[in-house]
Design a protein around this ligand. Sequence first.
Ligand SMILES: C[S@@+](CC[C@H](N)C(=O)[O-])C[C@H]1O[C@@H](n2cnc3c(N)ncnc32)[C@H](O)[C@@H]1O
Length: 280
Amino acid sequence: MSGFSADWLDLREGADHRARSVELRDAVGAMFEARSHVEIVDLACGAGSNLRGLASVLPASQRWRLVDHDLALLEAARSRLAAWGDRVESRVPFVILHNGRRILVEFRLADLASGAEAALDGRIDLVTAAAFFDLVSPDWIARFARALATRGVPLYAALTYDGDERWTPAHAQDAAMLAAFHAHQGRDKGFGPAAGPRAATILREALEAQGYLVSRAASPWRLGADDAPLIDALADGAAQAVLQTGLSPAETIGDWRAQRRSACRIGHVDLLARPPSGAR
Ligand SMILES: C[S@@+](CC[C@H](N)C(=O)[O-])C[C@H]1O[C@@H](n2cnc3c(N)ncnc32)[C@H](O)[C@@H]1O
């Protein structure tokens, strides 16, 4: 079990889509603007949010491979995509029509913990992932960058957590809570000790070492009055994570959590890496 529920991914999807760097997303689209068809692999796809966030900038014919180790999330992806599409053209293979695009989707159950290589077979024009790289280890990232370079494909990694959090109203324990939260972020999520807030930097360096040209842009969540359920869920999640670390007294955590939070800025980074040849 991954610990990511479809309900949680639903709750964050709107904020995720708003937060993405439009500039980088459009740059992804520009790479394929002369093409009528594109083949994409989405690693750790969850309930399919990344497809829904990206399809509109990609060519009219798309083939997506959605990869995750959680069967319930792959099933959630299928049902959410069916509802999102203007029409389901076919169930097997799964093909939806959406806003002038024909999108064929393969749902692949795979554990990426020991590497992404097996998920990167066949023709691929673009590898993508959203809200994923902070879960994996620096070693996993290095190996992934080598696998990507071997195939010579670009990477679009959206919404990697960067550790910069600002809560409103501020609390005297914000810095201590964040440090403890980051200690929790660094725990093993199945891929070795997680890169956590360092992930985007480690990913950029690993890709540059393989000769990739890497562009980055900030993609923070800016949450306010309309996002109260997501803010509550984030504050609950942070409080529980810090409690598990034992780094802050329960009383402090309770006091921090009890304060009504009306807004926050949670930092993320989007990254687009073009392969050395620049051919794509
Ligand atoms: C924060 S969620 C992001 C989901 C999705 N990309 C999105 O933007 O909504 C992280 C995802 O990583 C997946 N995941 C975690 N460990 C995995 C593993 N070992 N193999 C494959 N997927 C994994 C989870 O199941 C979950 O879908």
